[in-house]
Design a protein around this ligand. Sequence first.
Ligand SMILES: C[S@@+](CC[C@H](N)C(=O)[O-])C[C@H]1O[C@@H](n2cnc3c(N)ncnc32)[C@H](O)[C@@H]1O
Length: 462
Amino acid sequence: MFRSSHLQEAAFPVAMTQRDAVNALHAQCGIYTKSAVVNTMLDAIGWHDRADLTQYRLLEPAAGDGVFVVEAARRLVAACRRHGISPNAAVLRDCIRAFELHPRETRKARANVLKALRDAGVHPSTCKTLVCAWILRADFLLSRPAELPFTHAVGNPPYVRWAKIPARLRTQYARSLPRAMIGGDLFVPFLDRALDQLCLDGRCAFLCSDRWRFMRFAEHFRAKWLPQLNISPQGAVTVEEAYVRDVDAYPSILVAQRKHSAVACLPAIRSGKTLKDYGFEVKVGPALGHTSAYVIDPEEDEVEEEVLRPWIDASEISDGEISWSGRRVIATYGDDGALIDLQAFPLVRRRLERFRPVLRKRSIVRNGASWYRTIDRVCSRDWERPKLLVPEIAKVPRLALDVSCTIPSHGVYAIFAPNDNIGPLYERLSNGGLARALEGIAPKIKGGYSRCYKRFLEQIAL
Ligand SMILES: C[S@@+](CC[C@H](N)C(=O)[O-])C[C@H]1O[C@@H](n2cnc3c(N)ncnc32)[C@H](O)[C@@H]1O
């Protein structure tokens, strides 16, 4: 998405002016959110009129024509009415702060919010004061952080590959943003900066690409923020549901709350206690018993979607990054832990029937198991927690963080943390840390490969 610009830099052979750069960036990223998703996101962070919203401060870092601000303002005024508070400028001016880089869109956002406030019966002069105080025509990434932190943050930050950002803006960002957050995609420094300004216990909801969960360019972002956030189960959303126009994207809704006390550290290194002692759990991916029957290639869509889950093997895990090839596995067990009934999934049945002769020859079936059973239970619920994924055999032991509910193959181990606080361990073991931690624990085998078996991983000392 946001990739098909009709106003690319190439159209400006001579150095771009700041205005050209802003126009070009907006042309790439100005993909607006549908109001149903806006409502869902504001509900998810608790910005609703049952709360006394005058006590809170909401940040919208990339307002566009103001769809989030309109609804946030409507709810804010409704909360005033409900709680018997007069919606005047003195009470409301600090409750919302939105940024928009593009002058025309800023004007549109102000006009839309002005209308919403008027429709809600707010005094006309208060409406004008509020829209000017709330919606700033400014670059969120370059503006000074607000003096008071925000209690809520919401939005759909721009999604533009770093190399596609107009050079003039890219240079400004490279000069002033933390190096660890730049170079991948523009939405990463947006999230980082918004989260930096969120108070402890503050809540956020961002409609953004799901790539931050696994791509290498967001590695520092994950290492910094995963320990500090309680992330709500992934909000799945399709392009059609999310955006007002069609784009090439994999959107998801990140809903999170800043932990009150950021448990950013592992237990102090004391007695050489191990991962196992500290309650980390190591599990190998499920054995299927005939991979080609159960794993569906990216271009295949012959079975019911609801039983398919992302699946990866060791070849898709590099140090710090998952390069998912798009394969999915049939979850042969439902969330109730029972084998699925093929009557309910006729397309799965038709596919597995093709493999029936070979599936029946497996020893589990000869010993009485149902012919279409996988050797181990493949159940989505077992793999939903954040986890580190470690290939079982590796020339150099490596790992990647997974927060996208992927089911690993039988050649991959998953490490789960107590309370799902996996970020600090990831920080410790990424960038070669796993290889160092396994020295002296995991013996080398032929060809200099290491075996990263469960019992070796459990022995890693903290
Ligand atoms: C994906 S659109 C989202 C707009 C709106 N929040 C929505 O969801 O409908 C992103 C918006 O961010 C604006 N933008 C891009 N970079 C920005 C920056 N550095 N500071 C503020 N706004 C920016 C763009 O002009 C665009 O209107």
